[in-house]
Design a protein around this ligand. Structure first.
Ligand code: CP3
Length: 346
């Protein structure tokens, strides 16, 4: 395995100074890229995810076409519920559907802790192939969904703005909910370990629905499980926690020892830094919908964002995933503006 030619993100996650701010975009491999759309016409979603050659091709597209400083494995957070025994469908223009969601103790009997080397063996296989193809160009980010966000889909059975059924399940069947969260946590620890063993240089936990919880509930239903995962994984590879909307828990998330924290656009860089402290890298936080604005406006806003975060401890990113309708040129302007930016060093 060749050494990395671009290790900016790893250096920021180690707390080191870098010559410029590194940049990648959440959901950077996906539907705004014409070459991705071509593959989508030929292969189903899970064919793309489970075929290492296809996952590799899709993972590399934004590295070569947009110029980001990291690749992120092309996969989905819902491969864990699937490997645990639940049926998962991804229906175009509708999103994920889990036709037999978890509602009772009996439903839990259908699940098992996932084994990354059997049901998920296509993931380490893809990572090995991606690392070979990247040949040290940029680091590879592996990822998993946070246990709370996966419970949301496993109980609600589909996307939702409120995940009210998933929340109600926790408040009415707390023991079952904790049993399920622990099974997801155990699956995720084994899964991320396997990703790192196969060659992932960084891992990120996506808690897309963390912000639906009050600060107290976030600790009980989300952070206590992410803490277990971080405790094992952070010494194997730098770990980024992204809990969308849960800015109120940045201080508690920093205390987990994760090397990076993702933030969305609902908090200023200054406020996030104050809450998170000095010892953790911050990742974010451009509103992905702002990528629809005219290019000159994007460049101006990204420059302001970079100045607000300052030259150290920042990985430029969006505050959530890139949207399908974003013009490729606008994604490029975002990335180029970061790469050209010169911080004023005092
Ligand atoms: O480029 C990357 O970031 C890597 C690939 C990636 C996908 N999903 C591919 C995908 C990653 C990191 C994810 C994570 C994911 N999946 C999250 C957490 C991040 C977030 O956005 O909050 C969540 C909540 C999911 C669940 C999921 N998968 C949804 C809600 C959907 C449908 C709607 C949508 O946003 O696309 C998916 C399908 C999915 N996962 C697609 C892609 C490219 C689109 C399906 C397609 O193109 O056919």
């Amino acid at each position: 395995m060749s050494a990395l030619q671009n290790d900016l993100i790893l250096r920021v996650l180690r707390g080191e100074a870098t010559e410029r701010t590194p940049v990648w975009m959440m959901r950077q491999a996906g539907r705004y890229l014409p070459d991705y759309i071509k593959l989508r016409e030929k292969y189903s979603f899970f064919e793309r995810v489970q075929t290492p050659e296809l996952a590799t091709e899709i993972t590399l597209q934004p590295v070569y076409q947009i110029g980001v400083d990291a690749a992120i494995l092309f996969s989905d957070i819902l491969v864990i519920p699937q490997a645990m025994g639940l049926e998962v469908q991804l229906i175009e223009h509708k999103g994920p559907v889990l036709p037999d969601p978890i509602k009772s103790a009996k439903d839990l009997e259908r699940l098992h802790v996932a084994d990354p080397h059997t049901e998920l063996s296509y993931v380490p296989a893809a990572i090995k192939l991606i690392k070979k193809e990247l040949n040290g160009k940029v680091p590879l980010i592996g990822f998993a969904g946070a246990p709370w966000t996966l419970l949301c889909y496993m109980v609600q059975g589909k996307g939702s703005k409120t995940f009210d059924e998933a929340k109600a399940f926790c408040y009415t069947h707390p023991e079952l909910a904790h049993t399920l969260l622990q099974m997801i946590t155990d699956s995720t620890i084994a899964y991320l370990k396997a990703q790192i063993e196969a060659g992932a240089d960084v891992v990120q936990l996506f808690d897309s629905w963390g912000g639906l919880l009050s600060p107290d509930d976030f600790e009980i239903w989300s952070l206590s499980y992410m803490r277990q995962i971080v405790a094992v994984v952070k010494d194997l590879a730098p770990t980024i926690l992204f809990a969308k909307g849960a800015w109120y828990s940045l201080s508690a998330m920093a205390d987990t020892g994760a090397q990076g924290l993702g933030i969305d656009w609902c908090i200023t860089p200054q406020m996030a830094r104050k809450l998170a402290g000095e010892d953790v890298a911050l990742q974010g936080n451009y509103d992905p919908v702002h990528l629809m604005a005219p290019p000159a406006k994007i460049a101006e806003e990204v420059t302001a964002m970079l100045n607000a975060f300052g030259p150290k401890g920042h990985i430029a990113n969006l505050g959530h995933g890139i949207l399908p309708g974003v013009p490729v040129d606008h994604a490029k302007i975002f990335v180029e503006t970061v790469k050209q930016h010169k911080h004023h060093v005092i």
